[in-house]
Unconditional design. Structure first.
Length: 160
């Protein structure tokens, strides 16, 4: 239920960001978002080494009776961390591809412009869709970073 709520919230934020008329909205600026995600990816790899040493410390301190249950929990936590890091990596690759597509003009493909819905006007359907996808990917990456930080705090609590 929590993941569905996060995805719906990411969709709403991305839709609002993509409907703005300004070109320099932070969530739709793919050039800067690529740099931010690459920085986050480097931090994630650094934190992964910290987390793996914390897991080894926890396993050394644990007694043999609860070792199997603790190992299952730590393996599940480590698997979640790996998925989060891979999500940020794939998001960075997707943003690089989308940034290339954004500046590429497809032949024989018409870009509908100035679509009036009454409440709002879409200046370009191509820009709207690409801005939505870029901001949605970035929002998911931020949630993934939050999940990594939360896992680190859980490990710190168990380690000390």
């Amino acid at each position: 239920m929590k993941k569905y709520l996060i995805i719906i919230l990411c969709i709403i934020i991305s839709l609002i960001a993509s409907l703005t008329y300004h070109e320099n909205v932070f969530l739709t600026d793919s050039k800067n978002l690529i740099n931010i995600l690459l920085t986050l990816l480097g931090l994630c790899f650094t934190s992964f080494s910290f987390i793996s040493t914390s897991i080894n410390d926890i396993l050394k301190k644990s007694d043999k009776n609860s070792d199997a249950d603790l190992r299952k929990k730590l393996d599940k936590l480590l698997d979640s961390i790996q998925k989060d890091i891979l999500l940020i990596l794939y998001a960075t690759i997707a943003l690089i591809v989308l940034n290339t597509i954004f500046y590429f003009d497809f032949p024989l493909l018409k870009n509908p412009i100035d679509i009036d819905f009454g409440l709002f006007i879409v200046p370009s359907l191509k820009n709207l869709s690409l801005n939505f996808i870029v901001s949605f990917i970035f929002n998911l990456s931020v949630y993934s970073l939050y999940d990594l930080i939360k896992a680190s705090f859980i490990l710190l609590r168990k380690c000390y």
